[in-house]
Design a protein around this ligand. Structure first.
Ligand code: CUA
Length: 346
């Protein structure tokens, strides 16, 4: 054993204090990051996500209290019972094996764990997808995009899921190839999309807005480029949108128009109508030619970006190997469609 004079002790105490500060800062870092950076699970917008966030805060506070008490006792003991000089006798050891103490520090942690167990079961119940819902959407993970289908409305979208607010939405998930994971942090926990299985999750968005999500299961090269955007609209706007979109997709005068409207229109506009994420494509065929259009679909990141509505196009936003999602036929038809809207003769 080593003994400590008061100078050594001061040095030791400084070290302990620094270590404690560093440990606290490191422990709080992920919390701060998760809190500050959207989309944060700590900024929930659905009952299941709210339940998860509440559980997180409860457990964090319990752990913080335990941490303060335990490290307080430890630091107190270090100071109070330190050896002040070589002649100091060993402090009182008579409580060693005390039945009373042993019982207290067994019962208290068991009690804490039981409380956490009950709260966790409550959260599991809140996030359980097996409940009656008002609306069902089907989401299919593919390398590397999310295909969204509204079975009773005849609408198909890519990487975009529009829902009305304050409505219980059931999401039926599956995969066309490998395991993906559907995760919109503000709306609930992760749920795997497994080939050959139908898994479900649910949410009820409580405010209009856009909630970003991301595939949360490593699924190959394009895993990081597999975003999903949940757009919550008030019921009236949602109804208008579904009617217009279903009509547009049903009345597509050509296969190409349908392929465009289900796969491309959430990001790209034609004649000012459609998404504003990617560049408008009305004249792309006339300006750049067929080879460029084909190459842009088959290998989006190989093509030098043109101007996007919000500035220079960021690379990697369009799913890689996007064209592989399309059959040869669909690819040809969408190229012909872009040729037609650009007014280029066959
Ligand atoms: Cu799909 Cu990762």
């Amino acid at each position: 054993m080593f003994s400590m004079d008061s100078r050594n002790f001061k040095r030791f105490f400084r070290l302990v204090r620094r270590a404690a500060l560093l440990a606290t800062a490191l422990a709080l870092l992920p919390v701060a990051v998760a809190w500050a950076a959207p989309p944060s699970p700590l900024d929930p917008a659905s009952p299941g996500a709210r339940s998860i966030a509440n559980l997180h805060w409860t457990v964090l506070w319990i752990a913080a209290v335990v941490f303060v008490i335990v490290s307080g006792l430890l630091i107190y003991s270090l100071i109070r019972f330190r050896r002040k000089s070589v002649e100091d006798p060993e402090p009182d050891q008579s409580f060693h094996g005390s039945a009373m103490l042993e019982t207290i520090w067994t019962v208290i942690p068991v009690g804490i764990l039981l409380v956490i167990l009950v709260l966790t079961f409550q959260t599991l119940k809140d996030t359980n997808p097996n409940r009656s819902t008002d609306m069902t959407v089907r989401v299919i993970g593919k390398q590397w995009l999310w295909e969204v289908q509204y079975p009773d409305r005849n609408i198909r979208l890519t990487n975009e899921l529009r829902v009305p607010v304050n409505t219980d939405i059931k999401v039926e998930l599956t995969s066309a190839d490998v395991i993906h994971s559907f995760w919109v942090p503000q709306l609930g926990g992760k749920k795997d999309a497994v080939p050959g299985y139908l898994t479900t999750t649910w949410f009820k968005v409580d405010r209009p807005g856009t909630f970003r999500g991301q595939c949360a299961e490593y699924c190959g090269l394009g895993h990081s480029k597999m975003p999903i955007e949940v757009i919550a609209m008030d019921q009236e706007s949602f109804d208008l949108w579904t009617t217009a979109t279903a009509e547009k997709q049903a009345n597509a005068s050509s296969q190409g128009e349908l392929v465009f409207s289900t796969n491309c229109a959430s990001c790209h506009a034609i004649n000012g109508e459609g998404g504003q994420i990617g560049p408008e494509l009305t004249n792309v065929y006339a300006e750049k030619g067929e080879d460029y259009v084909r190459e842009s679909i088959l290998n989006p990141n190989a093509v030098i970006a043109i101007q996007c509505p919000a500035g220079p196009c960021p690379s990697g936003v369009m799913p890689q190997n996007f064209g592989e999602q399309l059959s040869e036929d669909e690819l040809n038809s969408v190229v012909s469609y872009l040729q037609a809207v650009a007014g280029v003769e066959e």
